[in-house]
Write a protein that binds this ligand. Structure first.
Ligand code: GLC
Length: 538
């Protein structure tokens, strides 16, 4: 295993910085708060952390609108706090991945301000996508593109021109045809690599290049795209468009590959690319491009053995020919919380526990979203408290419900240790979240947290002796999916994971005693209960 880059089998924990830990009591999580909680993450047993954007930003999209890519927003700390946090993480053996947002900046970025000031036809405007409008007076948007967050993807400025924003109007899209943009991003990557980050999570990696001429989206496709998918995403974020997954994005990642490769220490980048198939996704992780891409097929699958099996087959069929390794994602800050997605109450929880065991048994790298290790449910945030621009722009209920600040302490009332007592978190926490807190779950050997800790500990022990391939195992029941990984050392046993997605218990006695199960008593009399999973050495 010595020559294997660290990220190939890493479990990476996503920190949604605003909602993780608030050290100064302003209600918003920050870098010093993360630093204080690093021992918790080391103890949990993850290998890396990914931090959502903490750069200077007016927070129109909670940091995904960057005004200065080379500085920390005072809301979150300073470059010095970042450096300290990074050093502490490394001391604890945790790698650190930072979010990079290359598709768009904030409208407060100095380039965008300069573009507005300089006027039509200026080189400053050419760093973004400015166009004249349609209609006799140019009063209509240049084309029919819609923002992922709802409403038109164009906003008109005072001199009559329009600028493109695939997301909020506070997030103007860069024009990646302009070489200045690529040069600037290479310099930004180097700025953070020089500081010592281990990698990047690339926001909207599939959006940078736009089809030349900016053609209209087919009206039929446009009309069909307003629904939300089962994971809570807008279908518009997923479907084929003249601005998603254009061939030229790959030139960008070939260049980034060379930049990353010029540093010591297996630096890496992972693409957030919402593309329709595993095969398309694999193009982002060809040998001369990025190291990883989020495999969202896993989180988009319903609770169905057939669907999970298909995702596993498709994923390996896609990554193996390009020599890459897979990733698995159950949740992130844009989708409905795992326990809620899988069903109401205890059923959803049981399934989420099983899905976590399956994910952590698969070869490759897994991404865990903060709070999933506590089994936090999706919260129906009152309209008056909603903060997500998606809600404001009419693009759905918004994503606030999966971003509620983490409960750390088993107190009777908020902020449950998220911030100092008396501080009010930026999104309200449910009053009964003391019971879901880290402190409560640490006392309960059957908690979700206890399960994650056991699974991560065992995974660390097992991975060095397990192969990188999976074989699907037929268990004689359509509602059950099972897979095996062979041992790499002679005489040792491999790992078999069995998940029962059906309504009846299924026999597993032939596999021996499980080494880990998704819950107490789920294997009894040699049978695996519905909605349960087990790891076996076989
Ligand atoms: C990505 C982020 C999401 C953000 C969007 C625009 O999809 O995950 O949170 O709103 O990009 O930057």
């Amino acid at each position: 295993m010595t020559n294997v880059p660290w990220w190939r089998h890493a479990v990476c924990y996503q920190i949604y910085v605003r909602s993780f830990a608030d050290s100064d009591g302003d209600g918003v999580g920050d870098l010093a708060g993360i630093a204080q909680r690093l021992p918790y993450l080391a103890d949990l047993g993850v290998d890396a952390i990914w931090l959502t954007p903490f750069y200077r930003s007016p927070q129109a999209d909670h940091g995904y609108d960057v005004a200065d890519y080379r500085d920390v927003d005072p809301l979150f700390g300073s470059l010095a706090t970042f450096d300290e946090m990074l050093a502490q993480a490394h001391e604890l053996g945790l790698r650190v991945i930072v979010d990079i947002v290359p598709n768009h900046s904030s409208d407060q970025h100095e380039w965008f301000r300069a573009a507005l000031a300089a006027g039509p036809g200026s080189p400053e405007r050419e760093r973004y996508v400015f166009r004249d409008g349609r209609g006799a007076d140019g009063g209509k948007p240049p084309n029919n593109w819609q923002s992922v967050f709802g409403g038109p993807a164009w906003t008109q400025v005072d001199d009559g021109q329009w600028y493109l924003h695939l997301f909020d109007s506070g997030q103007p899209d860069f024009d990646w045809d302009n070489p200045e943009v690529g040069d600037e991003f290479e310099s930004i990557l180097r700025f953070w690599l020089d500081r010592g980050v281990d990698g990047f999570r690339i926001d909207v990696a599939h959006g940078l290049a736009k089809e030349s001429g900016l053609p209209d989206v087919d009206e039929f496709v446009l009309a069909a795209a307003d629904d939300l998918t089962p994971s809570g995403l807008s279908a518009r974020a997923l479907a084929a468009r003249p601005y998603w997954d254009q061939p030229a994005v790959h030139d960008v990642y070939r260049r980034w590959h060379r930049v990353l490769g010029s540093y010591e220490g297996d630096r890496m980048a992972i693409a957030e690319a919402w593309v329709p198939t595993a095969e398309t996704l694999a193009r982002y992780i060809r040998r001369d491009e990025l190291q990883q891409a989020f495999n969202f097929l896993w989180l988009q699958a319903e609770w169905s053995a057939a669907q999970f099996r298909q995702v596993i087959v498709d994923t390996f069929a896609a990554v193996e020919p390009v020599g890459a390794s897979p990733t698995w994602v159950l949740a992130n800050h844009d989708v409905i919380r795992t326990v809620t997605r899988y069903g109401d109450g205890p059923v959803g929880v049981a399934r989420a526990r099983s899905a976590a065991l399956a994910m952590l048994a698969l070869p490759g790298s897994a991404y865990v979203y903060q709070g999933d290790e506590l089994g936090l449910p999706q919260i129906d945030v009152a309209e008056a408290d909603r903060q997500d621009p998606t809600w404001r722009r009419g693009g759905g209920v918004g994503r606030d419900g999966c971003r509620i600040p983490i409960p750390w302490a088993a107190d009777d009332a908020p902020p449950f240790g998220f911030g100092p007592n008396g501080s009010a978190p930026w999104l309200p926490q449910p009053s009964d979240w003391g019971a879901r807190s880290v402190a409560s779950q640490e006392r309960d050997p059957e908690s979700m947290l206890a399960l994650y800790r056991s699974a991560l500990r065992l995974r660390r022990e097992l991975v060095p002796g397990l192969g990188d391939r999976v074989t699907l195992v037929e268990r004689g029941a359509a509602d059950v999916f099972a897979f095996a990984r062979a041992a790499t050392r002679p005489g040792e046993s491999g790992l078999v994971c069995v998940v029962n997605c059906g309504a009846a218990a299924v026999p597993v006695g032939d596999l021996g005693e499980p080494i880990l199960t998704s819950g107490p008593g789920v294997v009894s009399d040699g049978a695996l209960a519905p909605d349960a999973a087990g790891w076996f050495r076989a």
